[in-house]
Design a protein around this ligand. Structure first.
Ligand SMILES: Nc1ncnc2c1ncn2[C@@H]1O[C@H](COP(=O)(O)OP(=O)(O)O)[C@@H](O)[C@H]1O
Ligand SMILES: [Mg+2]
Length: 178
């Protein structure tokens, strides 16, 4: 087994363990109030070199004001990591990342160009093990989005996917605490 293959295997089994963990009945979230901007920046900084290597132009639109969120900080980070790593793996270009607060919800959106996604794919991407056309996609396990969706629902939030003019858009929504 080559070095590269071993690394793939590791990522795959980690994702699978994570999947089992998140789906298990006794997986409990540890909710607290924290600064969402900072958590997102931390994830993005970790991917800075990877974006650079991939030569993906990323436009980031984050507010200067602090956005406070009542949720599980590590679950939020995992969701953001899954979405950002998907951009690295699957985007065909032009990436936009934004965070905004509205009166009753907070929205985190990542959009990127896709040359291959179809409406039929979008309907199934949250299914476990779904990786689109397997001939074109040998990179993943198909668990990332199903983990992300489960975590968002456990946090009383939502994760949406839409396709518009070859733009693939993922939106996380958290309701604000009243
Ligand atoms: N940002 C994206 N751009 C284009 N296609 C995407 C993106 N994110 C996910 N996909 C598609 O959705 C499928 C499921 O995503 P995911 O559950 O994270 O599995 P994978 O392990 O393949 O990344 C991917 O295999 C890919 O076909
Ligand atoms: Mg993925």
């Amino acid at each position: 087994m080559s070095k590269g293959e071993r690394k793939d295997y590791k990522i795959c089994s980690m994702n699978f363990l994570n999947y089992l963990l998140v789906e298990s009945m006794d997986y409990e979230l540890q909710v607290q109030t924290f600064q969402l901007n900072q958590s997102i920046w931390e994830v993005l900084m970790n991917y800075y070199d990877a974006f650079h290597e991939r030569q993906l132009h990323v436009n980031i639109d984050m507010p200067d004001e602090e956005i406070m969120l009542y949720a599980d900080p590590s679950a939020v980070k995992r969701v953001v990591e899954n979405l950002v790593s998907n951009v690295l793996k699957h985007a065909s270009g032009a990436v936009e990342i934004s965070l905004k607060e509205e009166s009753s919800s907070i929205f985190f959106t990542i959009r990127n160009k896709t040359d291959v996604m179809t409406e039929q794919d979008v309907e199934r991407i949250f299914d476990r093990f779904y990786t689109g056309d397997t001939a074109r996609n040998k990179k993943g396990t198909g668990l990332g989005l199903s983990i992300a969706k489960s975590l968002m629902i456990k946090m009383d939030g939502e994760l949406f996917a839409t396709l518009k003019n070859h733009q693939f858009i993922m939106t996380c929504q958290w309701k604000k605490r009243t």
